[in-house]
Design a protein around this ligand. Structure first.
Ligand code: 5GP
Length: 257
C-alpha cells in the first residue's frame, strides 16, 4: 500500500495529498498548543471533536452561501477539502473584549464591544502572529484591497450567523479566528473559507454562567478541556447526550444533514 504524501504539519492538523487533483485530506490531531507552542499537551479525543464540530459549522455556513474548502468528512479524524493557497493572515472577529484585545487596550474581559470588530494578524509563528493594519496588508501584498473587503464582508456574515447558531444553544460567541484561501479557477481565483472553526479557534462562553467552553480552558489551566468541547458538540446535536455505557458518544450524522 502506498503511503500518502504529507503536504504540511501544523500544531493541531496535518494536511495530506488528496485522492483527486485539487483536493487535500485534513487530519485533526489531539495535540494542543498555546502561547506560540511554548505550552503543549495531548488531549484525548480533541481531534475527533474538532473534526465533527468544524464539519458541522462549515456545512451550516455553506447553506447560507459562504464558500468553504470543506468537501466531506472521511472518518473520525479526517476530512476531504479543496486545495487552496492560504492567505497569510488570521482574521479575528470580536464581539466581547477578551484575550489579547482586552490586554492590549486595557478593557476588562467580558465587556461588550460597541460593535463587532475585525482584526488581522500576520501568520508568522516566529513573530507570534503580530496584529497588522490594512495598510500593511496592501503595501506588502499579503492580500489586495478587494480581497480584504471580501474577507471582512464574509467574516461579518459568518459572525452574524454563528452568533445566532451558538445563541440558540445557550452559548455567547465572544470571538473567533478564521483563515481564507485562494481557490484557483479557470480564470483567476476565488477567496473561500479554509482551515477550521472549532473551540480551538473560538471563544465560547455559556450564556448563564460565563463558563468557558473553548481552548482558554487549556491556555489558562482551567481543566476539563475535552469535556467542554464535548459539551459544545452535544449542544450542537453532533453528540448524543449519553451512549449505552452512560458516556457521551458520537452519533452518526450524515454529511448531507
Ligand atoms: P486572541 O487574539 O485574543 O488571543 O484570540 C482571539 C480569538 O482568535 C480567540 O478565539 C482565539 O482562540 C483565536 N485565535 C487567535 N490566534 C489563534 C491561533 O493562532 N490559533 C487558533 N486556533 N486560534 C487563534
Amino acid at each position: 500500500m502506498s503511503r500518502r504524501k504529507q503536504i504540511y504539519e501544523g500544531k493541531a492538523k496535518i494536511l495530506y495529498e488528496g485522492p483527486e487533483p485539487g483536493t487535500l485530506i485534513q487530519y485533526f490531531k489531539d495535540d494542543a498548543t498555546a502561547f506560540n507552542a511554548q505550552k503543549k499537551a495531548t488531549l484525548d479525543g480533541k481531534g475527533v471533536l474538532n473534526n465533527r464540530i468544524s464539519e458541522y459549522v462549515m456545512l451550516r455556513l455553506a447553506e447560507i452561501g459562504i464558500p468553504t474548502h470543506f468537501l466531506k468528512r472521511i472518518n473520525m479524524r479526517e476530512q476531504l477539502i479543496k486545495k487552496v493557497d492560504i492567505v497569510p493572515l488570521e482574521v479575528i472577529c470580536r464581539n466581547v473584549a477578551a484575550g489579547t484585545m482586552a490586554k492590549r487596550l486595557g478593557i476588562e474581559e467580558g465587556e461588550a464591544l460597541p460593535r463587532s470588530i475585525v482584526e488581522f494578524c500576520l501568520k508568522r509563528d516566529d513573530l507570534g502572529d503580530p496584529l497588522v493594519a490594512e495598510e500593511h496588508i496592501h503595501a506588502f501584498g499579503w492580500a489586495t484591497p478587494e480581497e480584504v473587503d471580501e474577507m471582512v464582508a464574509m467574516t461579518l456574515r459568518i459572525n452574524d450567523y454563528l452568533r445566532g447558531l451558538f445563541s440558540g444553544i445557550g452559548i455567547n460567541l465572544i470571538d473567533f479566528k478564521i483563515e481564507f484561501g485562494r481557490l484557483a479557477l479557470a480564470e483567476g481565483h476565488q477567496i473561500i473559507l479554509a482551515d477550521e472553526i472549532s473551540p480551538d479557534s473560538c471563544r465560547l462562553w455559556d450564556r448563564e454562567t460565563n463558563k468557558k467552553l473553548d481552548k482558554d480552558r487549556f491556555r489558562r489551566d482551567l481543566g476539563n478541556v475535552t469535556e467542554a468541547y464535548t459539551e459544545v458538540a452535544t449542544r450542537l446535536g453532533i453528540i448524543k447526550p449519553s451512549g449505552p455505557n452512560g458516556k457521551p458518544h458520537l452519533s452518526v450524522v450524515s454529511n448531507e444533514e
